[in-house]
Ligand binder design. Structure first.
Ligand SMILES: [Fe+2]
Length: 327
């Protein structure tokens, strides 16, 4: 049907008649919205959550039998927040995933605008990531960056399956829409060049924070066990344009001060055991587990054994846009 003219709109006799005509010109009456567009303080859309490495290991081992890296760009398990309507993000801006690569496999190289990083959980020497042509070793507790548009592929020349946690700002990129992705055209050639053994991997790269260096820095940091993140150091400043990374050392039996901000936080356990309480829900974690503390959810941590916890947060985004707040 033809769009109503100025006169036809002006002559609307009732609100219902006006609303019907407005629909045809893709306008909506701001005084009659089905849902409010502003609210007094952040809504609790995304839920606190806990994902267990033990369960992921079982599922990845099955996927190892059922899916090979020829079929899948990556063999990974996405940690989907159970928020209503959500099908991807772990929190609003960041997605976390467990990934596994089997001995002798190569997860082919590609690049994309989403910033990515990974925390290595279990890997034997011989597991590596190539970032922009540089071969970087992946060892447990290491954090490896692949920033926006860097080409990266993963290889495993060890005898054991390698497991890690990926974190990407892909949900944010989906929201803002500057998404670009491309496979690396010379992937076969570049990978073939590594047969049968890739060149020695380095740990001397701006793209990796090794656990050894992280431990050394933590040991030298002033002890603040009761601070909201325990005794913590930052990896990078920030590590990526959209994501800041911190390693937290938690002392057993000490409850950290409550933290609440407009930023999202995801915690991943490098070692130890403990409990994180997020907005009234308590999650007892162990090595490799992941906890989501979405924006504006107050939370605290308490280790039950010496613990190292990795914090992934979108604070840089909130700061850059002027939206970072605490109560
Ligand atoms: Fe990737």
């Amino acid at each position: 049907m033809k769009a109503p003219t100025r006169e036809e709109l002006a002559q609307s006799g009732t609100l219902e008649e006006l609303y019907a005509k407005l629909e045809k010109v893709a306008m909506g009456p701001g005084w009659n919205k089905p849902t409010p567009s502003l609210w007094a303080s952040p809504r609790k859309t995304f839920q606190p959550g806990h994902w267990r490495y033990e369960q992921a290991r079982g599922a990845l081992d099955a996927a190892g039998r059922l899916i090979n890296t020829e079929l899948a760009e990556r063999r990974n398990l996405i940690l989907v927040n159970p928020a209503e309507g959500n099908t991807y993000g772990t929190v609003r801006t960041i997605v976390a995933a467990y990934q596994m690569i089997m001995p002798g496999e190569w997860a082919r190289a590609h690049r994309h605008t989403p910033n990515a990083l990974r925390l290595i959980l279990d890997a034997e020497p011989g597991t590596y990531t190539v970032v922009d042509g540089v071969n970087i070793a992946m060892e447990p507790g290491d954090v490896l960056l692949t920033p926006n548009w860097s080409t990266h592929g993963h290889g495993n020349n060890s005898k054991a399956c390698a497991y890690w946690l990926d974190f990407l700002d892909a949900p944010l990129v989906q929201l803002l829409e500057p998404m670009f992705f491309e496979p690396y055209e010379d992937d076969d050639a570049s990978h073939a060049a590594f047969e049968p053994e890739p060149p020695a991997a380095t740990t001397d790269s701006p793209f990796v924070f090794t656990l050894a260096e992280t431990r050394r820095r933590l040991a030298a940091a002033p002890a603040t066990p009761e601070a909201p993140f325990g005794t913590a150091i930052e990896l990078g400043s920030p590590a990526l344009d959209t994501i800041a990374l911190h390693m937290m050392s938690l002392k057993p039996g000490v409850r950290t001060q409550e933290h609440r901000s407009t930023a999202n936080n995801i915690y991943a356990v490098v070692r130890g055991t403990g409990v994180t309480s997020v907005d009234g829900e308590s999650f007892a974690w162990r090595r490799g587990d992941v906890i989501a503390a979405p924006a504006w959810r107050p939370h605290t941590h308490e280790a039950t054994s010496d613990a190292l916890v990795f914090r992934v947060t979108d604070e840089p985004v909130l700061h850059k846009l002027g939206f970072f707040r605490t109560p």
